[in-house]
Design a protein around this ligand. Structure first.
Ligand SMILES: [Zn+2]
Length: 312
C-alpha cells in the first residue's frame, strides 16, 4: 500500500522542482487592456526574456540573467516579435517574453543558452526558471499556431499573447500545454525503473508517457506502465507537477502500487527495465552505486519522485 501522512502535510512538493516556482502575478484580468500592457512595457524596470528557439539570451554577470532591461530591452524589442506579457513579480516589475525574428548575429548566438543547460549550471537565480518555462511554452505555442486550424487563414496575436484570433472565421485559439504522466511504481521495498537507449549510459529513471485525450491521470499511468513493462498497477497517488519547457509539457508526478511482478519489456520504448531495491536506489541517488548506475539529473521531477520514495 502507499501510505501518506494524515493529515496531508502542507508542504507543496511541486514548488521544489526546477521550473515550478513562478512568483509572477499573471494579471489575466488585465491582459485584454492594451493600455495596461503598454504602460507595463514602458516601465523602466521591465524585463524581457528573449528567445531564439529553445535558447534564451543570457546577459553576463553574477548571477547570469536570462532577461534584458533598460536600453538593451528597447534595442531587442525592435528586432523581436510582438511581446508576450508574462506577469508582474512581487516587486511590481513587469516581465515579457519575445522571439528573435531573424537569424541572430554571431555575437547574439554566443549569448544564447538552452534552458536545460542554464538550469543544470545552477548559477542563475532560482526565481527565473518558472517565468522562463512559461515564456518558452508560450512562444512555442505561437510558432505552431500562426495559421487557423479551422480555416487556414493567418491568425493574429491578442490578449497580450494569451490568445490568437482568426480574422477570417472568428475562431479564438488559446495556449495549451501537453500533460505527461511520470510515475514511481513500487512493489513493497522495490521500485520499477527503466531506461531508453538514448539516455545517458547507466541512468535509470521513472517510466513516463504522454496522456491521451479522454484519459484520466490514473488510467494514463496504468496504461503506460503496462505497455512499457507489462506490470499491472493498482492504487495511484498524485504527488507533484512540474512545467517542463521542452517545449511545453506538464509533468504529473505520481506514485503507484504494483499488482504484478514479472516484467515484459517493450523494446521499442525501453532498452531495459527492472526492479531496484531501496538500498540500491539510495546508492544510485548518492552516486556510489558499485556498478555506476545512477538516477536522473537533479532538475528532473523523476529525481524528486525517486527521492521521496527512498525517504519513505
Ligand atoms: Zn479561421
Amino acid at each position: 500500500m502507499i501510505h501518506l501522512p494524515d493529515p496531508f502535510p502542507a508542504f507543496d512538493w511541486s514548488s521544489a522542482n526546477t521550473f515550478s516556482a513562478n512568483a509572477l502575478d499573471r494579471c489575466s484580468n488585465l491582459r485584454t487592456d492594451p493600455s495596461f500592457v503598454a504602460r507595463s512595457f514602458e516601465d523602466p524596470r521591465a524585463r524581457l526574456m528573449l528567445f531564439y528557439g529553445d535558447r534564451v539570451l543570457v546577459t553576463d554577470g553574477d548571477p547570469p540573467r536570462p532577461y534584458l532591461t533598460g536600453d538593451a530591452l528597447d534595442a531587442a524589442a525592435d528586432a523581436a516579435t510582438a511581446s508576450i506579457f508574462l506577469g508582474v513579480d512581487p516587486d511590481g516589475v513587469p516581465w515579457f517574453a519575445a522571439d528573435v525574428i531573424e537569424a541572430p548575429s554571431p555575437a547574439l548566438v554566443a549569448s544564447l543558452v538552452d534552458l536545460r543547460t542554464l538550469a543544470l549550471e545552477g548559477r542563475a537565480e532560482p526565481s527565473v526558471f518558472g517565468p522562463a518555462a512559461q515564456a518558452r511554452a508560450m512562444l512555442f505555442w505561437h510558432h505552431r499556431n500562426r495559421f487557423c486550424g479551422a480555416c487556414g487563414h493567418p491568425t493574429e496575436l491578442a490578449a497580450a499573447g494569451y490568445q490568437r484570433n482568426c480574422p477570417a472565421c472568428g475562431t479564438q485559439h488559446f495556449p495549451r500545454t501537453d500533460p505527461v504522466v511520470i510515475m514511481l511504481i513500487a512493489d513493497g521495498d522495490r521500485a520499477l525503473l527503466g531506461r531508453q537507449a538514448r539516455f545517458t549510459p547507466n541512468m535509470y529513471t521513472c517510466l513516463a508517457g504522454f496522456m491521451e485525450p479522454g484519459e484520466t491521470v490514473e488510467d494514463a499511468v496504468r496504461r503506460e506502465v503496462a505497455e512499457e513493462s507489462g506490470i499491472r498497477v493498482g492504487a495511484i497517488r498524485y504527488l507533484a507537477s512540474q512545467p517542463w519547457p521542452f517545449p511545453s509539457n506538464l509533468m504529473l508526478g505520481c506514485l503507484g502500487e504494483a499488482l504484478s511482478a514479472d516484467i515484459t519489456i517493450d523494446h521499442n520504448e525501453l532498452e531495459d527495465c527492472r526492479w531496484f531495491d531501496r538500498d540500491e536506489v539510495r546508492a544510485m541517488l548518492a552516486g556510489d552505486h558499485p556498478a555506476g548506475l545512477m538516477t536522473p539529473m537533479r532538475i528532473a521531477i523523476a529525481r524528486s519522485l525517486i527521492g521521496a520514495w527512498v525517504a519513505g
